[in-house]
Write a protein that binds this ligand. Structure first.
Ligand code: SF4
Length: 466
């Protein structure tokens, strides 16, 4: 999907809300993430100070991003890695395809990477005649299902074990028991091991890239990241340009909050730093390491009111906290980036006109701001994007007329009193308790009950009190 209109979002959201299996899968997963996060953060002596520190690190890094990127390139090149620059998704994909072709690669193993989801790298590789295989269990499940991820951290959290067993059974050609979870994971492990050994190239993203040593850092829980970066002879890492940590001290703060905020772990099971290709005396590791630094709309945000969105460390905590995401799930957002961060990032990177509905996919309750380890003010940016839509005349003529009329009435006190006074009289036959009984199809509040006007207005009460 390359656009998400109001109509598309509403229809996808309605489908998700009406699916009890999906609702229970999202509820269970997001509740678990939230509970574990809460416990992990309370273990820290002063979590607020650490969040402030991370915010300061990310803001300072972005203010000198070009310098840090140059340092990273210099240091990574000195280790023997090759650094490539990609202006957009198409360039990033082409660089990866060219490297694969130079080495005659037909099979690629991949780790979970939002950057490669963003560029739709798998589709580009398949079109080029190269087979990519996802090796993160969740990513592999959705690859088999032919679906995009529904969560930044748990791409397959919308799938039940019965659905997973069905997908795996098809793959192995025999019936697998959905209640035998160790059996299912053992099958996945067996099949994926064969791919690791046969692949000519490994592709990863990077949770962060450390400028002072030219290293990329991967955070995984299944060990597949280490196999992808050590079994195949060539490795590519696709990295968004904002993922730079100037020093290892900065990275240490970042990593402590990343795992705690996303999965509730003090540190992920595997935190892997890759600094250049294997040295002559290394027992294993890739002979070649390529790092693609991708812009894809990020640099356009620097120096604007939206620069803060680039501070995101992709922990997923805002998704788990968001009441809208919990109802509509990740696929309603029409992009791999979903939830509150997706509602801001996607229109900024891929077009506000194309993703007009996303800034409205929020109740502005600010739960995302409370949850974010970097204290990114997503509610402010959601409001700013709505303002941009109005100023850019992106709303439909009907909606524009209604908003202009409302603004006029609210700006003219006497008219406002006259209209609300008249409405109070005409609503009487429809009032049931605090709500109006109106047929669903003419209810401007949609699925919600339409509140009635109070018997006496605030202005009347205020006059009396005075
Ligand atoms: S916006 Fe904050 S909470 Fe959401 S994914 Fe990014 S860092 Fe995590």
């Amino acid at each position: 999907m390359t656009e998400v209109t109001f109509k598309q979002f509403r229809s996808a959201a309605a489908g998700a809300i009406a699916d009890p299996r999906l609702q229970s899968a999202i509820d269970g997963a997001t509740l678990k993430f939230r509970t574990e996060r809460h416990h992990a953060l309370t273990e820290l002596p002063d979590v607020d100070a650490m969040r402030d520190q991370l915010k300061a690190i990310r803001a300072a890094t972005l203010s000198r991003l070009a310098d840090h990127l140059e340092t990273f390139e210099r240091q990574a090149t000195a280790t023997g890695a090759k650094v490539h620059w990609a202006r957009d998704a198409a360039e990033a994909n082409q660089i990866a395809i060219d490297i694969a072709r130079q080495h005659g690669v037909e099979l690629i193993v991949k780790t979970k990477s939002m950057a490669t989801e963003e560029t739709h790298l798998n589709h580009a590789l398949i079109d080029a005649g190269i087979t990519p295989v996802e090796t993160d269990l969740g990513e592999w499940i959705i690859q088999l299902a032919g679906e995009p991820p529904s969560h930044i951290v748990g791409p397959a959290l919308h799938k039940t074990r019965q659905q997973v067993a069905e997908l795996f059974s098809k793959e192995v050609g025999r019936e697998l028991d959905p209640d035998d979870i160790p059996g299912l994971t053992a099958e996945a492990r067996r099949l994926l091991r064969e791919k690791f050994l046969a692949a000519g190239l490994g592709i990863t993203g990077a949770n962060l890239a450390v400028a002072e040593t030219g290293s990329i850092v991967l955070v995984t829980n299944e060990g597949n990241g280490r196999l992808v970066t050590s079994a195949p002879p060539v490795q590519i890492a696709l990295v968004g340009i904002e993922k730079i940590a100037p020093t290892w001290d900065d990275a240490a703060v970042w990593l402590q909050l990343l795992a705690r905020s996303s999965t509730g772990q003090p540190l992920s099971i595997y935190t892997t730093a890759i600094t250049g290709p294997a040295k002559a005396d290394d027992p294993d590791g890739p002979r070649e390491v390529h790092i693609i630094l991708m812009d894809n709309g990020r640099s356009n945000q620097i120096g604007t009111g939206y620069e803060e969105v680039l501070e995101c460390i992709r922990c997923g905590a805002c998704l788990n906290a968001c009441p809208v995401y919990q109802e509509v799930g990740g696929h309603s957002y029409g992009n791999p980036y979903s939830g509150p961060i997706g509602a801001v990032l996607v229109p900024l990177l891929f077009g506000l006109k194309e993703y007009e509905a996303l800034p409205h996919a929020s109740s502005l309750c600010t739960a995302c701001l409370d949850a974010c380890p970097v204290r990114i003010n997503l509610p402010r940016m959601l409001l700013d994007l709505r303002r941009d839509e109005v100023q850019g005349r992106m709303l439909s003529p009907v909606e524009r007329f209604i908003e202009q009329a409302a603004a006029y009435v609210l700006g003219h006190y006497r008219l406002y009193r006259l209209l609300t006074g008249t409405a109070r009289i005409f609503q009487r036959p429809l009032v049931r308790g605090r709500f109006l009984r109106v047929p669903r199809r003419v209810n401007p509040a949609g699925e919600r009950d339409l509140p009635s006007l109070a018997k006496r207005s605030f202005h009347d009460l205020w006059d009396e009190i005075r």
